[in-house]
Design a protein around this ligand. Sequence first.
Ligand SMILES: [Zn+2]
Length: 278
Amino acid sequence: MSILPAPAGTGIVFRRTDLDGFEIEAISRNVARVSYATSLMKKGVLISTTEHLLSALIGLGIDNAIVELDNLELPILDGSAKPFVEMIQRVGIRKQRRARKYLKINRELELREGNKFIAVYPSESYSVSYSINFPHPLIGKETFRVELSNGSYLKHIAAARTFGSREDEQVMRNMGLIRGASRENCIVLTREGVENGPLRFPDEFVRHKVLDLVGDLALLGKQILGNVVADRAGHAMHTALVSRILRDKTLWEEVTHPVKNSETEYPARSEAAAGSAL
Ligand SMILES: [Zn+2]
């Protein structure tokens, strides 16, 4: 995978270099099959496991980039967004002249499915509150709330790794996914604890759910201004929220200048402006 700079207004676009540079935009319309991971599909061409990279891009405040890929699945690396964040910070981020467009939520939207819940409420900034209730001695009920507009993503979310059991792993391998997976790229749960500790945060599991949610909400195609609340949701509900938001234009408006000054939210952007392009 390589990440290339793109002009303002491009958004995030995946490019399959193994298929004559076929491009798939990271937007809700291209969402395909969603189970263990979020996949995009356009004209039968698939890009799988987009959420961790998209999450890193949102967390870094990157609106425009081309992501070249010579395969259908993004590299899983350590199962978090941290390696992507570090690589991007190393090359630097260029501030572009065009004002960023935000999708500002004006009216609440709540979705329920059994005991799963996801909602978005009006807010002047982007925040997420996630709850999980996972029947495992190390997890149980966890809630994590984070304000994302102030750089907290990099400190509190980016390093949280994905988790699963050996059984999940087998299912995913049967689906042709996680070809590179090993105990270096996810937390492997055993009945009593984890096979490959220590955890990076005591509540790493719920933080990873926030990471996934941020990555899936990137499919809105714009940075969002809203408070997102999720309880035991997953990729399917995250992406359902995205498509419901986009479908109902009475829920939101496009704004260029949020109440908070976006330049102070991402100080790394201007510092990195003189660096190499991305
Ligand atoms: Zn994930």
